[in-house]
Design a protein around this ligand. Structure first.
Ligand code: NAD
Ligand code: WQD
Length: 344
C-alpha cells in the first residue's frame, strides 16, 4: 500500500489520523520532534492497529534532516502536514517562534517534495482563518478576515504559500482542510489529547475539572448574543476529522479531482454553546463540572459553525459521531490517563 508521511503524527489529530491510515492499509512514516507530544503515543497507536509506524524524531524546520528522511523513506506518495505550534495565546507572546516553526516547516516540505517526486500534500488549516464570519454557517467561500493572532496568521499565510506555489508549479496537488473544533478521543481510549500544562482548549479543561485535576472551569462570558449567552462552536469528533484526511489522501492518489488545490471545511454543521457542552458532558457521563462565569476571553469570536456540505458532497465525507458519543470518549480518555498515572 502507498507510503504516507505524517508530520506531527504523535500529536492529537496526527495520531488519530495515523490509526485510520493504517487501518485501511497505508504504510505510515511519522515525523515529529516531540515538542508537544510524547513517544508513548506510538505504543497507543500500535495497541490499536497492531502496527508501529516508522518514526523519525526530526524537526520539520531542519531542511537537511528532512531531505535525508525523504531519501531514507523513498517512495512516499503523499504528505499530511500536521506539525505546527498551535497555542493562540503563546503565539501572541512568541510570534517569531510561531512564524518560524509553522512556516519554515511548510516551506521545507514544499521545497523537498518535487526533489523526491512527492506530489500530494494535505495541509492542516483552521476555521480561525474566517475570524467572526459575516454569515453562518460558514462556507469555504466566506471571506478570510484579518487574523486575531500570529497563530491564525500562520494558517492564513500557510494557505497563501501553498496557493502561490501551486500557481507557479502545477507539479503539486494540495488539499487544505479547515478544521473547526476537534474534541474527543479514539474509542479505545489508548490515544487522545495529551495534557501538557494548563489546557487552553475547552474540552481538556472540562475533563480535568470533572476528574478533579482542576478546581473549577471558567466559562469565558455569558453575555454574548447567543441563546444562553455563551460562545458557540462546531465541535467535531477527532476520529471523524482523522477519517477526512484518509479520504483526502485517497482523492489525490486516485486522481479523483482535476484541481491542483481544493479547500474543505471540516465541521459537523452543528453549533453548540459552551454551556450546552458542559451540561451535555455532565449528563452523558454522570459527573459534575463545577464552573463559574467570568469575563470574556480576549480574541474569542462569538459564534462559528461550519457549512460542511461541500466536503460532504465533493469529498464524500461526513462527520458521523454524535456530540454525546464524542463527550463520552473524551471522559473515557481522561479516566484512562488517571489510571495510567496511578499505575506509574
Ligand atoms: P498537537 O500539538 O497535538 O500536534 C502537533 C504535533 O506536531 C506535535 O506532536 C508536535 O510535537 C509536532 N511538531 C510541532 N512542531 C514541529 C516541528 N517543527 N517538527 C516536527 N514536529 C513538530 O496539535 P494538534 O491539535 O494535533 O494539531 C495538529 C494540526 O492541526 C496543527 O497544524 C494545528 O494548527 C491544526 N489545528 C488544530 C486544531 C485543534 O483545535 N487542535 C484546530 C485547527 C487546526
Ligand atoms: C472554545 C470555547 C472559549 C476554555 C481554538 C483556536 C483555534 C483552534 C481550536 C488551533 C470558546 C470557551 C474555553 C475555557 C471557556 N486551535 N472556553 N473556558 O477558541 O474556539 O479555538 O482552538 O487551530 O485556532 O482559536 O477553542 O477550546 O479554546 O474554546 O469558556 O477554559 O470555549 O471561550 O468560546 P477556540 P477553545
Amino acid at each position: 500500500m502507498p507510503k504516507i508521511l505524517v508530520t506531527g503524527g504523535t500529536g492529537y489529530i496526527g495520531s488519530h489520523t495515523v490509526v485510520e491510515l493504517q487501518q485501511v492499509g497505508y504504510d505510515v512514516i511519522v515525523v515529529d520532534n516531540l515538542s508537544n507530544s510524547n513517544i508513548e503515543v506510538l505504543n497507543g497507536i500500535e495497541n490499536i492497529t497492531g502496527i508501529r509506524p516508522d518514526f523519525e524524531n526530526i524537526d520539520c524546520t531542519d531542511y537537511v534532516n528532512m531531505d535525508r528522511m525523504f531519501e531514507k523513506h523513498a517512495g512516499i506518495e503523499g504528505v499530511i502536514h500536521f506539525a505546527a505550534s498551535k497555542a493562540v495565546g503563546e503565539s501572541v507572546e512568541k510570534p517569531l517562534l510561531y512564524y518560524r516553526n509553522n512556516l519554515v516547516s511548510l516551506m521545507n516540505l514544499l521545497q523537498l517534495m518535487p526533489i523526491h517526486n512527492v506530489k500530494n500534500i494535505v495541509f492542516s488549516s483552521s476555521c480561525t482563518v474566517y475570524g467572526q464570519p459575516d454569515e453562518l454557517p460558514v462556507t469555504e467561500n466566506a471571506p478570510i478576515k484579518p487574523a486575531l493572532s500570529p497563530y491564525g496568521k500562520t494558517k492564513q499565510i500557510g494557505e497563501d504559500i501553498i496557493r502561490d506555489t501551486i500557481h507557479a508549479d502545477k507539479f503539486y496537488k494540495a488539499i487544505i482542510l479547515r478544521y473547526f473544533n476537534p474534541i474527543g478521543a479514539h474509542s479505545s481510549a489508548k490515544i487522545g489529547e495529551l495534557p501538557i500544562g494548563v489546557p487552553n482548549n475547552l474540552l481538556p479543561f472540562v475533563t480535568q475539572t470533572a476528574i478533579g485535576i482542576r478546581k473549577q472551569l471558567q466559562v469565558f462570558g455569558n453575555d454574548y448574543n447567543t441563546p444562553d449567552g455563551s460562545c458557540i462552536r462546531d465541535y467535531i469528533h477527532v476520529v471523524d476529522l482523522a477519517k477526512a484526511h484518509v479520504v483526502s489522501i485517497e482523492r489525490m492518489l486516485k486522481n479523483k479531482s482535476k484541481e491542483n488545490l481544493e479547500i474543505f471545511n471540516l465541521g459537523t454543521g452543528r453549533g453548540l454553546s459552551v454551556l450546552e457542552i458542559v451540561n451535555t458532558f455532565e449528563k452523558v457521563n454522570g459527573v459534575k463540572v463545577p464552573y463559574r462565569i467570568v469575563d470574556r476571553r480576549e480574541g474569542d469570536i462569538e459564534q462559528v459553525w461550519a457549512d460542511p456540505s461541500y466536503a460532504n458532497k465533493v469529498l464524500g465525507w461526513k462527520a458521523n459521531e454524535t456530540v454525546e458519543e464524542t463527550l463520552r470518549s473524551a471522559w473515557k480518555w481522561e479516566l484512562n490517563l488517571e489510571r495510567k498515572a496511578k499505575e506509574s
